[in-house]
Each structure stands twice: as C-alpha cells, then as structure tokens.
Design a protein around this ligand. Structure first.
Ligand code: AVJ
Length: 331
C-alpha cells in the first residue's frame, strides 16, 4: 500500500510502510531472544534518541568514518559524478547531508535532475526534500519511505537519458553478514542499467587499536547508543529490561574482520516481553549481540561486488587511508 503525498510539483513522498512493519521489531525480538546466542538486528537502534546518539557518535574524536567519508565527498565529488550522473538513489538517506555534496557536483556538471532518498523516517525525508528543492533549481525529489532491504522495487523507473548513482554510504553495508550483504548489492544492481554506477562506502581494515577505539569511546556515547535498543524494546514491546544491568562490549573479530558489538548481562535475570508473552532468561555474563560492523579489504569488496554482478571502476580513499568509496558498474 502506498500513501502518496503531493508536496507541490517537485517533492513526492510515497510511503510503503504498513502495520506489518511495526511488527518487524516484534518478529526480530521474538526470533532473536529465543535464539542462541541471542541477538537483535541493528536497524532497531534508530528511534529519535538513537538517531541523536548516532549523530553524537559521528562527532566523537575516536569515530573517524564519518569525517573520512565526508572528506572524500568534499574533495572528489566532481570525479564521482563525472560519468554523467543526473540522478541519485540513496539507501538510508537520513538528513541527506552527504547527498548534498553529490547533488552539488551533479549541478556543477550541468546534469542534476532527481534525488530518490529511501528511508524509514517520513519526517526526515520530507524535511530534507523540501530544503533541497529550495536550494537546487530544477531538482525534483521522489522520497521512498520504506526498508531498503524490502522496498527497492518501489524506486521509480529511470528518467530518459539520465545516468543514475545508487548509493549506500557511511559504511552501513558493514552491518550485514556476507549473505545479506550480497543480497543487498544484488538489489542495488537491479536498479541499474549499463550506464549507471553503485557508490558504496566501506570502512577499511586497519590497526586494531584504532578500530576498537572507534566503538569504545572515552565519553561513553557508544555504550549509551548500544543500550538504547533495550529502551526501544521496553517501550515498543512493553518489556522490562533493566538497562543498567548490561555492559557494552565491542571488539574486533579477526576471523570475520568485523567489529562485534554486544550487551553483556551483569547478573542472571529474567526479562519479560509482555507484548510477545515471552519471558527470557539471561545467565550472568551472557551476551546479546546487537551489531556487527564489517571492515573491508579490496579483496572482500571485489568478491562481494562480483557476487552481485558488479565490477569496480573507481576507488577513492581518504588522505589517511581509513575509508573507501567505491564506484562500480554492472558487468
Ligand atoms: C551506521 C552502521 C555505519 O557500524 O560504524 C557506530 C553504526 N555503531 N558506532 C558503524 C555504529 C556503533 C555505524 N554504521
């Protein structure tokens, strides 16, 4: 079902979320808390408070990925759009801060036509869309409100003669295990024809101390962000997690080359999730996995792209070699 809101000629917002999606947290919590080891997917971090905390993380001295990626976009957007990009499809667009840098470059090249943000937050997409059409003459915005793992087929068809960028920035791809990652890349590839490019942001494998510090900041914002998911479950599913009875744990898993992020029970306890009629036991020291954040080598990126029928044609790395943006095309 779609609720379509006309915002004047240049901003269209279509929502594909339904009651079914309100239950996605319920389904994930039911599956995750009854699994062994216990887990809950990271997409549920981002309520209003969680999004605020993530913004704070991006400004932390230890958390380099946002600054590194932004520096690439500031310095090299003209190079990124040089294949003739006139349209930007962005998965998980948020406030469109990074999109602005790409849209500006497309405007400078004289090709800017349309921005298609895909995000779960209608409010954020609407506000960003309205601001963008004010700032970019001739731009239209078609917002797709939905989950980018499920609603990519709602992305509108190409405009005639308008090469497209399909972007997933911020290192978000690192939240997905290998199978889901490739599935997502295949979904992105399905939005492309031979003139288009994927733009993928990946954090890079590096010194372990640097990686681990980024997820164990001195100010304690990341633990707060991690624990917020328990507040989300308490509120949305009428659960009674004692948030203070969990510790934040984040370490680099060398075998999988990802940061493994968990909440560790400080004592044995039983948690009731009343909306699900579920009661769950935690042993002392038992972990709930809340997130993985994969770090990439060129080989890993190439293999993942290959599995989706994509091939790299441009790699852009920040000055300190921390983060990479990859442009890839269909094979
Ligand atoms: C938004 C998924 C890219 O993995 O670095 C930051 C989320 N988690 N600190 C990341 C996150 C803890 C972030 N991504």
């Amino acid at each position: 079902m779609s609720v379509s809101t006309a915002e004047g000629d240049r901003v269209t917002i279509e929502s594909w979320l339904s009651e079914w999606d309100d239950r996605s947290l319920a389904r994930d919590v039911l599956n995750g808390l009854t699994a062994s080891p216990k887990d809950v997917p990271p997409k549920h971090f981002y309520d209003t408070r969680g999004s605020e905390l993530f913004e704070q993380i991006c400004a932390l001295p230890e958390y380099y990925p946002t600054r590194a990626e932004t520096s690439i976009l500031i310095n090299r957007s003209d190079e990124i759009v040089a294949f003739g990009a006139g349209e930007l499809v962005e998965l998980g667009s948020g406030a469109a801060t990074k999109a602005r840098l790409l849209l500006s470059a497309m405007e400078r090249a004289g090709n800017l036509r349309r921005y298609i943000p895909i995000d779960v937050s209608e409010q954020v997409v609407r506000a960003a869309g309205n601001a963008l059409v004010d700032d970019f003459a001739g731009l239209s915005v078609h917002g797709v409100i939905g989950d980018f793992e499920r609603h990519l087929e709602r992305v509108p068809r190409h405009l005639p003669d308008t090469p497209r960028i399909v972007a997933l920035l911020g290192g978000t791809i690192g939240n997905f295990k290998p199978d889901a990652r490739r599935e997502l890349l295949r979904g992105m590839a399905s939005l492309m024809n031979s003139q288009d490019r994927v733009l993928l942001g990946t954090d890079l494998v590096k010194d372990v101390a640097v990686l681990e510090a980024a997820y164990n900041d001195a100010a304690g914002v990341t633990p707060e962000f991690n624990k917020n998911v328990l507040h989300v479950i308490n509120r949305e599913l009428d659960a009674d997690f004692d948030v203070s009875a969990f510790d934040h744990v984040a370490f680099f898993d060398h075998e999988n080359e990802w940061i493994d992020i968990r909440l560790r029970a400080l004592r044995a306890m039983t948690v009731n999730v009343r909306s699900l009629d579920l009661s769950v036991h935690f042993d002392e020291g038992e972990d709930l996995r809340t997130e993985i954040s994969a770090k990439f080598t060129p080989a890993r990126v190439n293999d993942d792209f290959a599995a989706a029928g994509l091939v790299v044609d441009h790699k852009l790395v920040d000055d300190e070699g921390r983060f990479a943006l990859w442009l890839a095309r269909t094979r």
